[in-house]
Design a protein around this ligand. Structure first.
Ligand SMILES: NC(=O)c1ccc[n+]([C@@H]2O[C@H](COP(=O)([O-])OP(=O)(O)OC[C@H]3O[C@@H](n4cnc5c(N)ncnc54)[C@H](OP(=O)(O)O)[C@@H]3O)[C@@H](O)[C@H]2O)c1
Length: 263
């Protein structure tokens, strides 16, 4: 297999109006990819100022939005090379008291929508006998974070579906990759549904990487056809520590979770 070149690749990104999705869009535009960008905010997508990109605003949890995204991509470009399932939202409710409607809404965004969109691009990728599906999980999809328990559950579910899709679709020439970001400087905490993060987590932003660095790691993972990307890489040590010494890590996480509040 030759070196991967982004020039001319048709890339669909959900949640591209801000944060990691917007950083991926900018990095890919600079590399000559042909972009199809989705988010709910029409003005947020327009503010990216990427005149060559096809902008399709809409809630990705709606079947009509997903159908339009795939149909318009195929109409315009005749193919879809890479899908980046990036749109996602947090829920900081403690699991014993979470509002059911918030948990279900989060699962719609974080799990059911990316699964459905992956299913929607597979027929075209099968015809092409090529394609890459990138699912943005989280380090919370490897280790349950007590301040984000139900979010962790949604990202564990996405990680598991990603591994299964990868094994199913390998024979069709389709690669499926999971991304596990640690802490990234975006509006993620402000956009969470229904509850505040505990103070130590909110101020933990000082350990965060930029969305640009996260985007670079995601692109490199696609170029190398990695099974998964942990960004930044040192979070791999955290996940490994948790596997070896779960009680120790849980005791530390319990201390970090003190003082969480609700909206
Ligand atoms: N930031 C972190 O520390 C971190 C760590 C690990 C994993 N992640 C994951 O990385 C991904 C991106 O998060 P981020 O940090 O960039 O968060 P963000 O700044 O809140 O951006 C989220 C993006 O998703 C879009 N979005 C949300 N709900 C949507 C919906 N129903 N339909 C379509 N678009 C929707 C938002 O745009 P609109 O509001 O315009 O729809 C926005 O563009 C998420 O999957 C998140 O779980 C983030």
């Amino acid at each position: 297999m030759g070196a991967f070149a982004w020039q001319g690749q048709v890339v669909v990104i959900t949640g591209a109006s801000g944060g990691i999705g917007a950083a991926c869009a900018r990095a890919l535009d600079a590399r000559g990819a042909q972009l199809v960008l989705n988010a709910r905010s029409e003005s947020g997508l327009a503010a990216l100022n990427l005149p060559d990109a096809l902008l399709l605003h809409g809630d990705i949890t709606l079947a009509a939005t997903r159908e339009q995204l795939v149909a318009r991509t195929l109409d315009r470009f005749g193919r879809v090379d890479v899908l980046v399932n990036n749109a996602g939202v947090g829920v900081y409710w403690p699991p014993s008291a979470a509002r059911d409607e918030d948990t279900r809404r989060m699962f719609e965004v974080n799990f059911f929508a990316p699964l459905a969109l992956a299913q929607a691009v597979v027929p075209a990728m099968r015809r092409q006998r090529s394609g890459v599906i990138v699912n943005i999980s989280s380090i919370a999809g490897k280790v349950t974070l007590p301040w984000l328990t139900l979010y962790s559950a949604s990202k564990f579910a996405l990680s598991s579906a990603t591994a299964g899709l990868r094994m199913e679709l390998a024979r069709d020439g389709i690669h499926v990759m999971a991304v596990y970001p640690g802490y990234v400087k975006t509006q993620f905490q402000d956009h969470a549904i229904g509850a505040y993060p505990p103070p130590e987590i909110a101020k933990g932003k000082r350990f965060a990487i930029s969305a640009q660095q996260c985007a670079r790691d995601i692109l490199r993972g696609v170029e190398r056809r990695s099974r998964s990307v942990v960004t930044p890489g040192w979070w791999r040590g955290f996940a490994g520590l948790h596997l070896l010494f779960p009680s120790l890590v849980e005791a530390r996480l319990i201390r970090m979770n003190a003082g969480g509040g609700h909206r």
